[in-house]
Design a protein around this ligand. Structure first.
Ligand SMILES: Nc1nc2c(ncn2[C@@H]2O[C@H](COP(=O)(O)OP(=O)(O)O)[C@@H](O)[C@H]2O)c(=O)[nH]1
Ligand SMILES: [Mg+2]
Length: 328
């Protein structure tokens, strides 16, 4: 076994051990998720109560109201229709006695839909390069800080690359996060070539035996060809300099922007191969159901949820827990 192999193995072993969360940590995550989905949960239940008026008679009219409630909670039209269909089928075999039982069944069905579409990505095995894309202001840089915290908590060595060279303030912002979190940030002057930053960052990551290199990007989407050009150039540098590394592209979407975010997801998916989505700002919106629309309607795996502005405010997406937090 070469020294590199031993090194890798040790890293993997450490990672899998570190991956087992304590039940305290689990409780903390559940609280964060509940807090993040509070507005969505309250509004969804309010609408459902109004539709059911305290009893469950699943006639056409009630089902239509329910369907509207789900669509209004941004679960996506396709998915909402599918859920009501499944509910109809289930109500034929089992009596749904009360609104609580109905909520439980809906949570079950959503969880099942999410499980069939979800593609959980293991973020803990390096070495890996993560490109973070998304339009300005959605929370890319903050998400990078959160992912860094998440990886540091799992004993992973992290390096950041200030690939958003478009605005000087963006470079300062990621450098500041790096200082706060105690990880290095590879940067060049503003206006520089993002691909050159990535080139430097890969060399530095190799030299420092980094597990995870996370690259911030400007992710401007004013033209699809511009985005593809910029990411294409970065991709070629990675292909040349880090062929043996895992590489993934995560799209960050701002949940508060609702339909706009779904449109962005469509545009980005056409331009780039996306490995997953991080949905941010759930704490400030009742549109948390969007995670379901992204996963089920668009078929993009949702990996993490952002529930605040601190590095700790990140929750791994788990279909069962997400569905339970929506309805329980
Ligand atoms: N409430 C809340 N604010 C967030 C969240 N994620 C990011 N933000 C805020 O959104 C703003 C833009 O974030 P930033 O990371 O700079 O976006 P970028 O332009 O995509 O890099 C900042 O004020 C962040 O603090 C989140 O999950 N919840
Ligand atoms: Mg930024």
């Amino acid at each position: 076994m070469s020294p590199q192999d031993t090194d890798d193995q040790q890293r993997l072993e450490l990672a899998s051990e570190a991956r087992l969360p304590s039940s305290e940590a689990k409780k903390g995550l559940w609280k964060k998720l509940k807090r993040g989905l509070f507005m969505t949960h309250t509004e969804l239940l309010g609408r459902m109560d109004a539709a059911l008026k305290g009893r469950v008679v699943l006639d056409e009219e009630t089902l239509e109201y329910l369907e509207e409630s789900l669509i209004a909670a941004d679960l996506g039209v396709e998915t909402s229709l599918q859920l009501v269909e499944r509910l109809k089928l289930r109500s034929r075999d089992t009596e749904i006695a009360n609104p609580v039982a109905l909520r439980r069944i809906l949570a079950d069905e959503i969880s099942e839909l999410l499980i069939t579409t979800a593609r959980p990505v293991d973020m803990t095995t390096g070495p890996m390069i993560t490109l973070v894309v998304g339009v300005n202001g959605v929370g890319k840089t903050t998400t990078i800080a959160k992912l860094t915290r998440w990886l540091l908590d799992r004993d992973q060595a992290v390096l950041l690359a200030a690939g958003d060279t478009f605005r000087a303030a963006a470079i300062e912002q990621i450098v500041l996060w790096g200082e706060r979190l105690g990880v290095g940030v590879v940067r060049q002057r503003s206006g520089g070539d993002p691909a050159a930053v990535v080139f430097d960052a890969v060399q530095a990551a190799r030299a420092r035996k980094i597990d995870h290199l996370i690259v911030d990007t400007a992710g401007r989407l004013h033209t699809k060809s511009h985005l593809m050009e910029e990411l294409g150039k970065i991709g070629r540098v990675i292909g040349r300099e880090a062929k043996d590394w895992h590489c993934r592209t995560l799209l960050v979407l701002d949940a508060t922007t609702g339909h706009n975010a779904l449109a962005q997801a469509n545009e980005f998916a056409k331009a780039v191969d996306l490995d997953g989505v991080v949905l941010t700002k759930l704490d400030g919106t009742a549109k948390g159901g969007m995670a379901v629309a992204i996963a089920c309607d668009l078929g993009l795996p949702v990996l993490f949820l952002g529930v605040g502005e601190s590095p700790e405010d990140l929750v791994e997406f788990d279909p069962g827990e997400f569905a339970a937090a929506l309805f329980d």
